[in-house]
Design a protein around this ligand. Structure first.
Ligand SMILES: *Cc1c(COP(=O)(O)O)cnc(C)c1O
Length: 389
């Protein structure tokens, strides 16, 4: 019987190879940035989530270094044992203030936060309704929560309303603020009104809106004019626009205290390194100090969309840093990505199961750290490669 495992593993590899969906890591030889080094060659990087160029910002690096000198490297324990430091507390307080909520709670990753929060909030007999295009971590959290999981059509409030009418028990609606593979924004005002009219709670995962959208980068929920009353559970990650790593949930005193008591992904894991919390706090301050980064990013987005329209490229409806081009066929998406790679551009082909079958795409991401010339180079390369790939 022990042969069952290697057999199963070989079958996974063969299946993925046969379907053209085999995946491998790239190994960078440089820091994250608009230009990265791979196998001795420099590439223009259009696939990172470092939307503001903070991942290698000198002040963020200095802050990490200084904090490591003061706090050491490892946190040494989970938050509830003795791994919680003043650096963590300071970041939690700053995140709560920035998102306009009484409290915030740190997690080591967004995946851990989402799966943990949903498992802590939901019980058998509840219903969780999720946008069909939600991030895998929200879907996984819902699946493992014991609640009934239903998906509604993407950004479709009428479909959500129908499913809310049919829902049993306490009901939580969870959506991405900005959808990670499409770049479009959830209609948060309309969603919150639909939830309010049917007594459901709304949770927003703003991994891609936090730091970019809203006043000073406060996120999609703030940009939609909503607060804690409308969106009681706000989650975002630190590893995208903030350029560091980790995640947080912000909400009421009641929500955060109850999550501390009952979230397994918070309780049974080592706290993030304190120096990382300190570096994240510095990145948060840079959102205010260097607001030109958001303006620069907005200019790049407008520049890219103008240029792509001129070349008839199949843009999606996105005003975020995520500007995917829909290809359809997975093989063609990979070919395009390879052609662009030969020209020195790094753009990932996103294929099933990350996106639905037949909707493979090039997921282009823009950063404030890019120059206008680099965006022009991207457009020229796309215009050249697109027609004959
Ligand atoms: C990246 C991402 C996550 C996971 O965050 P990590 O910190 O990378 O684990 C969760 N939700 C969304 C929408 C994301 O894009």
């Amino acid at each position: 019987m022990k042969e069952a495992f290697p057999q199963r593993l070989r079958a996974v590899l063969e299946e993925r190879r046969a379907a053209g969906l085999y995946r491998q890591c790239l190994t960078l030889e440089s820091a994250q940035g608009p230009v990265v080094r791979l196998a001795g060659r420099d590439y223009l990087n259009f696939c990172s989530n470092d939307y503001l160029g903070l991942a290698a910002h000198p002040k963020v690096i200095a802050s990490l270094r200084d904090a490591a000198t003061r706090w050491g490297v490892g946190s040494g324990a989970s938050h509830l044992v003795c791994g919680h430091s003043a650096a963590h507390r300071e970041l939690e307080e700053a995140l709560a203030a920035f998102t306009g909520r009484p409290r915030a709670l740190l997690f080591s990753s967004g995946y851990a936060a989402n799966t943990g929060i949903l498992q802590a909030l939901l019980r058998p007999g509840d219903t969780v309704l999720q946008d069909r295009l939600n991030h895998a971590s929200l879907l996984d959290g819902g699946l493992h929560s014991g609640a009934r999981l239903r998906r509604f059509a993407h950004n479709d409030c009428a479909d959500l309303a129908r499913k809310l009418d049919a829902a049993a028990g306490p009901t939580l609606v969870a959506v991405d603020g900005v959808f990670s593979m499409d770049g479009d924004t959830a209609p948060l005002a309309e969603l919150s009104a639909t939830c309010a009219s049917r007594d459901a709670w709304l949770m927003v995962d703003d991994a891609h809106g936090f730091g970019v959208h809203g006043e000073a980068g406060a996120g999609s929920v703030q940009a939609a004019g909503l607060g804690e009353a409308e969106v009681p559970v706000l989650m975002a990650t630190l590893g995208k626009a903030l350029g560091t790593s980790g995640a947080f949930v912000a909400g009421s005193e009641l929500l955060i205290e109850a999550l501390i008591q009952s979230t397994r992904n918070y309780i049974y894991t080592t706290a993030m390194p304190p120096a990382l919390a300190a570096a994240s706090l510095t990145a948060l301050r840079l959102l205010h100090e260097e607001s030109w980064r958001r303006e620069q990013l907005a200019e790049h987005i407008a520049r890219f969309r103008r240029g792509a329209r001129q070349c008839d490229l199949p843009l999606l409806d996105s005003d975020s840093a995520i500007q995917p081009l829909l290809v359809g066929d997975a093989g063609r998406a990979v070919r395009l990505s390879e052609r662009l790679r030969e020209r020195g551009l790094l753009i990932s082909a996103i294929r099933p199961p990350t996106v639905p079958a037949g909707t493979s795409r090039l997921r282009i991401t823009l950063s404030a750290a890019h120059t206008p010339q680099q965006v022009a180079t991207l457009l020229a390369a796309l215009a050249e490669c697109w027609p004959d790939a």
